[in-house]
Write a protein that binds this ligand. Structure first.
Ligand code: DHB
Length: 394
C-alpha cells in the first residue's frame, strides 16, 4: 500500500515536472527588439543618438523584464527605405523579433509599417514625425513627435508677436509638407499671411537659391524646417544672407536648432526663436539626471531624437510588465495605449485613440548657458499637445 502510494506520488511529480519544464523554458526565452536605424549616411546622428539612449535606458533599468531577458538587435538601414523594409522582414521572420523600433525618417517608417501589420508585431516609431505614420498600421505606437504638433504653436506665437508676413522654407518630403501646411493654416487663421512656400531637396541640399528668393520677398519672418542633421548647414547659409540687416526674423522648428549641432552654429544663431518638445536645457530633475548620465556615457549631449529612443524603451518595458512577460503583439499594443509617464522632456502619454504621443510643446530662444554652450532656453509652454491633424479628423 505504502509503496504503491509513493509510486503514484512520484509519477504525479514527474508529470508535473514534465509539464512545468516547457513553461519555464518559454518564460526564459529572450524578448527581442529589432532596432532599425540610420547608423551611416545623412541621418547618422539620429541613429547614434537613439542607440546611445537605448543603451543608457538598459544600463539604468537592467535587461530583464517580467522574467524575460531583453535582447536588442541593432541594424543599419543607411537611410534607405528598401533596406528598412528588408531588415524589418528579416527581423520578424528570421530573428523572431517581438518588437521592431527606431525609424529615423518618415519614408523608412512607412516602408516597415505593412510588415508590422502582417506579422502582428508592435512597431515603435522613435524618430519619424509625419502625422499620418501612426495610421499606417494598428501596431504602431510613437514616442517621437509629429510636425504639426510643434509647428502649430510656433505659428500661433508668431501671430501673437507682431509678425504679419512669413515665407516658409522646408525640406521637400512628407514632414516638411506637414510643417508648411500646418504653419499656413494656423498663421492665416490668426490673421497672418504666407507670401510663399519654398521647398528644398532632402538629399544634399543647397539652400542658397531658396534663401535668396525668401529675402527678396521681404517678409517679417522666415520660417524654417529641415530634419535633424541639416540645421548647421542651413543656419550657416542663412547667416551669409544677413536676414537681420533686412529686418527679417528667422523662426523655426527645433529640428533646425538641434542640440546635437547647435554648438557648431556659433553666435549667429543666438536669439533665434523656435518651438519643440525637447531641449537639453529643459529644467526638471528628470532631465538634469538624464543629461548628466547621457554625457557621462557618451562624448556628446542628448538631442530630441535621443528622448524618442529612451521613452520608446520605457514604453516597451512597461507594456511587457503589464502583459506579465507575454510577447503577444496585440496585447502589447493594448498595454501601451494610454500609458503616461514623466520623460526627460516633461509629462508625456500615448493617446489611446491614435497611439500617438501627447506632450508639452515649448517655445524657446537660443542662448548661451552657464557652461558656455549654446542651448534652446524654454520660455513658454503649451501643455499636453495632441497631433492637430488627427484631432481635426475626429
Ligand atoms: C523626420 C526626420 C527628422 O530628422 C526630423 O527632425 C523630423 C522629421 C522625418 O523624416 O519624419
Amino acid at each position: 500500500m505504502l509503496r504503491r502510494h509513493f509510486l503514484r506520488a512520484a509519477a504525479g511529480l514527474a508529470a508535473g515536472a514534465a509539464l512545468a519544464a516547457p513553461i519555464a523554458a518559454q518564460a526564459q526565452e529572450p524578448f527581442k527588439i529589432g532596432l532599425i536605424l540610420p547608423m551611416t549616411g545623412q541621418s547618422s546622428s539620429t541613429g547614434r543618438q537613439i542607440e546611445a539612449a537605448v543603451k543608457l535606458y538598459m544600463a539604468q533599468k537592467g535587461d530583464v523584464v517580467a522574467g524575460r531577458k531583453i535582447e536588442v538587435i541593432v541594424k543599419d538601414d543607411t537611410g534607405s527605405a528598401d533596406i528598412t523594409k528588408r531588415l524589418a522582414q528579416e527581423l520578424v521572420v528570421n530573428d523572431k523579433a517581438n518588437v521592431i523600433a527606431g525609424f529615423g525618417l518618415t519614408p523608412l517608417a512607412l516602408a516597415a509599417a505593412p510588415i508590422a501589420t502582417q506579422a502582428k508585431t508592435p512597431m515603435i516609431v522613435m524618430a519619424a514625425g509625419t502625422a499620418i505614420i501612426t495610421e499606417a498600421s494598428p501596431f504602431i505606437a510613437r514616442t517621437s513627435f509629429t510636425l504639426p504638433q510643434f509647428t502649430a504653436p510656433m505659428a500661433e506665437w508668431a501671430a501673437r508677436n507682431g509678425i504679419k508676413k512669413v515665407v516658409t522654407l522646408v525640406s521637400d518630403y512628407a514632414p516638411g509638407l506637414d510643417s508648411a501646411k500646418t504653419f499656413k493654416e494656423v498663421f492665416t487663421a490668426a490673421g497672418g499671411q504666407v507670401l510663399d512656400e519654398l521647398r528644398t531637396p532632402l538629399r544634399s541640399p543647397d539652400f542658397s537659391p531658396f534663401l535668396q528668393k525668401a529675402r527678396d520677398l521681404k517678409p517679417d519672418a522666415l520660417f524654417l524646417f529641415v530634419p535633424s542633421g541639416q540645421g548647421a548647414q542651413l543656419i550657416k547659409q542663412t547667416a551669409e544672407r544677413e536676414f537681420d540687416k533686412a529686418g527679417i526674423k528667422i523662426i523655426a522648428t527645433g529640428d533646425v536648432t538641434d542640440d546635437d549641432q547647435l554648438n557648431d552654429m556659433g553666435d549667429v544663431v543666438l536669439g533665434m526663436v523656435n518651438s519643440h518638445h525637447y531641449s537639453a536645457a529643459h529644467d526638471s530633475p528628470e532631465n538634469k539626471a538624464y543629461v548628466a548620465a547621457f554625457k557621462a556615457a557618451n562624448k556628446f549631449r542628448p538631442n530630441f531624437m535621443s528622448v524618442g529612443g529612451y521613452d520608446g524603451m520605457h514604453l516597451i518595458y512597461e507594456a511587457l510588465k503589464k502583459t506579465g512577460g507575454k510577447g503577444d503583439g496585440a496585447a502589447l499594443v493594448e498595454a501601451m495605449k494610454g500609458m503616461a509617464w514623466t520623460s526627460p522632456r516633461g509629462p508625456i502619454s500615448i493617446d489611446p485613440r491614435t497611439r500617438d504621443i501627447i506632450q508639452n510643446v515649448y517655445i524657446r530662444r537660443v542662448a548661451r548657458g552657464a557652461d558656455g554652450e549654446l542651448y534652446n532656453m524654454e520660455f513658454e509652454t503649451v501643455p499636453n499637445v495632441k497631433d492637430p491633424v488627427k484631432e481635426a479628423k475626429k
